[in-house]
Design a protein around this ligand. Structure first.
Ligand code: NAD
Ligand code: DGY
Length: 324
């Protein structure tokens, strides 16, 4: 008999067919208590779980006593209670690497659009305000050869450094918990403590996972260290930045602009002050959102679940030591 799995995300037809060739699949719309209640038997029998973005905590795991593996269609896994998974010896699989280049493109997009005010001036053109030669009130600031600070020199940080170094001739600073020789040798990146990075960077790019340690790492005190001409970019997780502190700093002109793909609350509430600030570019968490990459992430997540339920956690497993 095929193992049972719960799928809480829609998949392209070919990937759904692949999943169904290995498992008996129950597709649900989310992991809310109401949904779990409605499909109680399927949850009780499921050995695998595949989807993204929803919270997976002890309360849910208690309803899934047979669960052996979870597979998230994301690289970030801050929505999982890893301790609870470990306690139950459940594998957590994720999708690193397949999205790295696309997310680095998104970061570079935020750097360019904030610096050159691309969205703001394009809106002015659409409103018919381009009626004569433009003056300094339409100007942006240069990106090339400015200093880029990377907080979180992992896979995506490295891909961002590559773009900034080779594409834009930018000196690179990075803050990390260990030395990254590859970044230093290939992109001439210089390691430094967080305060130095914040003081010296023209663009501060955050690509950190959300953990207890990184929650509100960038608070009012840290933002105050940035140059008034600097731009803050966040494509890691929203709560890494203290959002009210960022809003205050932007209002007071303490920093020049912000480019944000992630927020403390997503979707960003319609009354967020960020939405009315011309110097803020707010994207709807599109870091990896291209057709190609989202397909590759879903395919990776399907393969990860097949691997994990076959006892293979060599690749893409967050907690292999728990499962082996
Ligand atoms: N906006 C998006 O759509 C999107 C897409 C993909 C990933 N992300 C986020 O980006 C994160 C990074 O992804 P990745 O593939 O580069 O992961 P990664 O694990 O390769 O890189 C994360 C890096 O952050 C470092 N780090 C962790 N805590 C730190 C701290 N306190 N101080 C300094 N460095 C610290 C780690 O050592 C690691 O080098 C993900 O966890 C996710 O939250 C966002
Ligand atoms: O972590 C990730 O993969 C992205 O943020 C998509 O959720």
């Amino acid at each position: 008999m095929k193992p049972s799995v719960i799928l809480y995300k829609s998949l392209p037809d070919d990937l759904l067919a692949r999943l169904e060739s290995h498992f008996t699949v129950t597709q649900v719309k989310n992991l809310s208590p109401e949904t779990v209640e409605q499909h109680a038997e399927a949850f009780a029998n499921a050995e695998g779980l595949l989807g993204s973005s929803e919270k997976v905590d002890e309360a849910l795991l208690a309803k899934m006593p047979k669960l052996r593996a979870t597979s998230t269609v994301s690289v970030g896994y801050d929505n999982f209670d890893v301790d609870a998974l470990n306690a139950r010896r459940i594998a957590l699989m994720h999708t690193p690497t397949v999205l790295t280049e696309t997310v680095a493109d998104t970061l570079m997009t935020l750097v360019l659009t904030t610096a050159r005010r691309a969205l703001e001036v394009a809106e002015r053109v659409k409103k018919g305000e381009w009626t004569k030669s433009i003056g300094p009130d339409w100007f942006g600031i240069d990106v090339h050869h400015k200093t880029l600070g990377i907080v979180g020199m992992g896979r995506i940080g490295l891909a961002l450094a590559q773009r900034a170094h080779f594409g834009f001739g930018m000196p690179i600073l990075y803050n990390a918990r260990r030395q990254h020789q590859e970044a230093e040798e290939r992109f001439n990146a210089r390691p430094c403590d967080l305060d130095t990075l914040l003081r010296e960077s023209d663009f501060v790019c955050i690509v950190l996972p959300l953990t207890e340690e990184t929650h509100h790492l960038i608070n009012a005190e840290k933002i105050a260290l940035m140059k008034p001409s600097a731009i803050l970019i966040n494509a890691g997780r929203g709560p890494v930045v203290d959002e009210p502190a960022l809003i205050d700093a932007l209002k007071a002109g303490k920093i020049h602009a912000a480019g944000l793909d992630v927020f403390e609350q997503e979707p960003l509430p319609a009354d967020s002050p960020l939405l009315s600030m011309p110097n803020v570019v707010a994207l709807p968490h599109i870091g990896s959102a291209t057709h190609e990459t989202r397909y590759n992430m879903a395919a990776c997540a399907v393969d990860n679940l097949i691997d994990a339920l076959n006892g293979n956690v060599e690749k893409n497993c967050v907690n292999p030591q728990t499962v082996k």
